[in-house]
Write a protein that binds this ligand. Structure first.
Ligand code: FMN
Ligand code: SF4
Length: 515
């Protein structure tokens, strides 16, 4: 049997030199006259992580540098031989073994552009079931599973789909939000590059369930590899009859296209995204009407995040009850937590809802990369609150985070050590809002700039107490008066910094900075 070597080709691995490793392995194979099949997969962990398929299963090595390649061959790595980069069976590596991979089950395992590989790992079973069901039953399954939107708001996916199903129109759309603008987030990118067919399958199921025949994936321009992989996967799916006028041979039609955003955080907001898709400026639309009633080109539209849609195939394959069995409270199923910032073990960790923030940061993340104490953790991207260690007992659950004035958002976690200056972080939140504001409403457009000015006064020790009260007042105006969550949630990082780290808001001369 010809040996198989898996070398990841997704952005994360490429950024860490996977291409050079692939070239070095190809060269070594040639020089040694050894035949092997190289599969370019998605990534897992410790990138570039190279795997070899042996009779006993896959054996991983990582992170591999081009300079390791010769000695890897000398150590007999094609047969799983020992080497300083040897990691053993990938599913036994603690960071991976502790995960519950439902949505990401195939990511890193299969060749992302092999439909056969996808099918042999359970792919298309969900769609097969969906085409044999009545649309309302498909919607019921998704509702029953408890799946909530993974893009940030946590809105029940089934309810959104039901609104589109129940709205009469000769044309309906499925729009996948792959703008992924939150700090510390990369789950959408990983799934699009590592298992694109699961997203295509999820969108086709959404189409069949709601009566939509056309889908668009709106991908941020900073993701050229995801755009390329998705385009190739759509062409393959179309040729194989997964997309087209008769999806999997059924009477249902569904096709889709990939669109690239021009680059604005606010274009991740669903109505702004719709404007951008229509070729207009990315400005937020007032709601109502909801996109589910009047969305893309004025037609009923499902807008869902990549992970929401990519989680549907397993629900339709194994059933709502199977998925719902994972999680806690009203947060059902699994969530791909993306751990980043100043952390020892960063990466994507898919798990059932319910782990505490402390378990995620200390046990899975291993604490800070700098080795200093963790000071704050921002959960939910740039609009998420900063949590101190005192809140580390908060379980990863939508309601539990909301009860502590925080949010899960797209499940990105940024870790900060004790050298972080929370006043600077609060100012950064206002600055980010000022730069990214679409300008449609006053609390956000003007408030964010005023917020920066007032925080600068606090930092300079000018009437600090009075100005901090003014920031609080301003935050309330932004929170309750903004049209969308960009202005409405900027107060979360600002107010959590002030509430949990008051020592950082003392006037400059008396502030004690950590060394
Ligand atoms: C400023 C702003 C940026 C957003 N960015 C994204 C994004 O990049 N990706 C995303 O899926 N949702 C984003 N959202 C949330 C979307 O508006 C919307 O709730 C989501 O796409 C719905 O899909 P879901 O129900 O599957 O989460 C953003 C919201 C706001 C206010
Ligand atoms: S809150 Fe900001 S981004 Fe949202 S509509 Fe208002 S100005 Fe635009």
């Amino acid at each position: 049997m010809i040996p198989r070597i898996y070398i990841p080709a997704d952005s994360g691995a490429l950024a860490l030199g996977a291409e050079k490793v692939a070239r070095a392995i190809e060269k070594e194979l040639k020089e040694r006259g050894v035949e092997a099949k190289i599969v370019r997969n998605g990534s897992y962990f410790l990138e570039p992580m190279v795997e070899v398929a042996t009779a006993e299963g896959r054996v991983a090595y990582g992170p591999v540098k081009p300079s390791d390649v010769k000695s890897l061959f000398d150590s007999g790595f094609l047969k799983g031989g020992h080497h300083k980069r040897w990691l053993g069976a990938p599913d036994k590596i603690p960071f991976l073994a502790k995960q519950t991979r439902l949505t990401f089950a195939r990511c890193g395992v299969i060749d992302p552009l092999s439909l056969d590989s996808y099918k042999s790992h359970g792919g298309l079973r969900g769609l097969q079931n969906a085409v044999a069901m009545a649309p309302a039953d498909v919607v019921n399954q998704v509702t029953e599973s408890g799946l909530r939107g993974r893009g940030g708001a946590g809105f029940p996916t089934g309810i959104k789909w039901k609104t589109v199903l129940d709205t009469n129109s000769e044309r309906k759309y499925i729009v996948c939000n792959a703008d992924e603008g939150d700090s510390a987030t990369f789950a959408d990118r990983m799934i699009m590059e590592g298992d694109p067919f699961v997203l295509i399958e999820g969108m086709a199921i959404a189409g069949i369930a709601t009566g939509a025949t056309k889908g668009f994936v709106y991908i941020r321009s900073e993701y050229p590899h995801a755009v390329a992989t998705m385009n190739k996967a759509v062409a393959i799916a179309r040729k194989a009859g997964v997309l087209g006028v008769n999806v999997l041979g059924s009477p249902n039609a569904f096709d889709m296209e990939i669109r690239v955003g021009a680059g604005a955080y606010v274009c991740g907001e669903e109505t702004s995204l719709l404007n951008s898709l229509e070729g207009k400026r990315g400005v937020v639309r007032a709601k109502p009407p909801l996109p589910a009633i009047q969305g893309l080109f004025g037609k009923p539209t499902v807008i869902n995040n990549v992970i929401s849609l990519a989680s549907v195939p397993i629900i339709m394959d194994k059933g709502a009850a199977y998925y719902k069995d994972f999680g806690m409270g009203r947060s059902r199923g699994t969530i791909p937590i993306q751990i980043a910032g100043n952390v020892k073990h960063g990466g994507l960790f898919e798990t059932a809802f319910g782990l505490t923030l402390g378990e995620i940061v200390d046990e899975i993340g291993g604490g800070t990369a700098s080795g200093r104490p963790v000071k704050a953790v921002q959960v939910g991207g740039p609009l998420g609150a900063y949590f101190p260690r005192a809140l580390f007992d908060t379980p990863f659950d939508y309601e539990a985070f909301a009860a502590k004035d925080g949010l899960i958002g797209h499940a990105g976690i940024t870790v900060f050590d004790d050298s972080a200056d929370m006043m600077k972080q609060a100012r950064f939140a206002m600055e980010f809002c000022a730069i990214e504001s679409c300008g449609k409403c006053t609390p956000c457009r003007i408030g964010s700039t005023r917020g920066m000015e007032v925080l600068d006064k606090v930092a300079a020790g000018i009437e600090a107490e009075k100005n901090l009260a003014l920031v609080t007042d301003l935050c309330n105006t932004m929170k309750f008066g903004s049209l969308c969550a960009l202005g409405g949630f900027t107060p979360y990082p600002v107010m959590s910094s002030i509430t949990h780290f008051p020592e950082d808001f003392k006037p400059a001369p008396t502030r004690v900075a950590a060394e």
